[in-house]
Design a protein around this ligand. Structure first.
Ligand code: SF4
Length: 401
């Protein structure tokens, strides 16, 4: 049975660009943000309308972007640069200023290129490499204050603590509701799919935050009514897959479509365009530094170097999510020239192999030329997982006989 609120959300997304245009005519400013550690609550509390600029899946725009950024830049960043060059994206068109972070240096490069070629007003948040050092946290707190100062200049008013507290509370409610909804997609006889939840998460990057929370609460209420007791089980007959690796922004549904077409079921992810940014964000202090540090303390992004595999929180989180979702295999998505995630594919595969979890790396770009080759590999992986699950089930039956 379809979830009625999802239809409302789709409609609201169609209306959103025109709504942003009206808000701007009434004096509000739209901040387009790009990155992994941009503390969105600060943007929101300053009275700006935040929208995440994360587009993908259009090889033509990648080619356009390559006229301005090196052709060795990842395809995601090249597409963003291409989208700014063409200025046809309805959200990019509505941005008054941009906020980037330097978690991934390619993201930082995009900020430079967009500012230089397209004369956009860009604010950049510096991010330390040795993110877990005390000195790095001190540095990041300083950078968060500077980032806020630059935004305050554009807002024409200082950041108000009470408004920041309100924004933090609103975003916390959004994160908690999303986490509850996420449980339903992984359950047996699920009434909402991972793909629908993924779209729902990305809708929140564009819609008004208060309205978005209300729509999420409606979605959750519908889910609870349709499926009062969601149970996550490994042996429900599906090939349960987990997606990891480079982000999959709106517009890019190639891999997700292939997995579905060959009978695989996605039950979890740790993508920065998915649930991961919403997990483990614990804001202990209502201040720019307090909010920004909470962002940095989440599961670390792959672009930040960390060499000890035993204590790597990224791998620990991956294990935890695999266990919660009862996934049977990982599809590790790497985008062309996305070095942060491509470099970590082998070590991730080796670490998961120790726990008996198979990993398939799919290295791709936005062109369609590798579609059939990808499909063949994903199909074989899904089949392998199915056979393995049947074997485990037979073993269990024999042991109990
Ligand atoms: S993490 Fe990968 S996809 Fe994201 S900006 Fe960096 S290189 Fe590009």
């Amino acid at each position: 049975m379809p979830i009625k609120t999802l239809e409302i959300i789709r409609k609201r997304l169609e209306e959103r660009p025109a709504e942003l245009q009206t808000a701007r005519q009434n004096g509000q400013k739209v901040v387009g943000w790009v990155g992994y550690n941009v503390p969105e609550e600060i943007i929101h509390a300053l009275g700006f309308i935040p929208v995440r600029i994360a587009v993908g899946g259009d090889d033509r725009l990648v080619e356009v972007g390559a006229r301005y950024a090196s052709s060795k830049t990842c395809v995601f960043i090249r597409e963003i640069v291409g989208a700014f060059a063409e200025n046809q994206d309805p959200y990019i068109q509505q941005t008054d200023l941009l906020a980037f972070d330097a978690t991934c240096l390619q993201n930082y490069r995009a900020a430079e290129v967009i500012e230089y070629f397209f004369k956009k007003d860009v604010v950049v948040l510096a991010v330390p490499r040795n993110f877990d050092w005390d000195e790095a946290k001190k540095y990041f707190a300083h950078e968060a204050n500077e980032f806020t100062r630059l935004l305050e200049e554009r807002a024409g008013a200082p950041l108000d603590s009470a408004r920041l507290a309100e924004s933090v509370a609103l975003y916390n409610d959004i994160r908690e509701t999303l986490k509850s909804i996420y449980t339903f997609q992984a359950s047996r006889d699920n009434v909402i799919s991972w793909e629908e939840v993924y779209d729902l998460i990305q809708a929140g990057e564009l819609l008004d935050k208060k309205e978005y929370l209300s729509l999420l609460q409606q979605t959750l209420a519908e889910l609870k009514e349709l499926q009062p007791n969601p149970v996550i089980e490994a042996d429900d007959g599906d090939s349960r897959l987990f997606i990891s690796g480079s982000l999959i922004p709106r517009g890019d549904r190639k891999l997700i479509g292939i997995i579905k077409s060959v009978g695989g079921r996605i039950v979890g992810d740790d993508l920065w365009s998915g649930i991961l940014p919403h997990l483990d964000l614990d804001i202990k202090e209502i201040s720019p530094a307090g909010v920004a540090l909470a962002y940095l303390n989440r599961t670390p992004h792959a672009a930040l170097p960390y060499l000890d595999l035993e204590s790597d929180r990224r791998l620990k989180k991956l294990h935890e999510l695999l266990s919660t979702s009862k996934a049977q295999g990982v599809i590790y998505h790497t985008l062309r020239y996305c070095d942060p995630f491509t470099f970590k594919a082998k070590e991730t595969k080796n670490v998961l192999a120790k726990s008996g979890i198979p990993l398939l790396e799919i290295h791709t770009e936005y062109a369609g030329s590798d579609y059939e080759a990808m499909k063949t590999r994903v199909e074989a992986f899904v089949e392998m997982i199915r056979i393995k699950a049947e074997f485990v089930e037979e073993e269990a039956l024999l042991a109990n006989a």
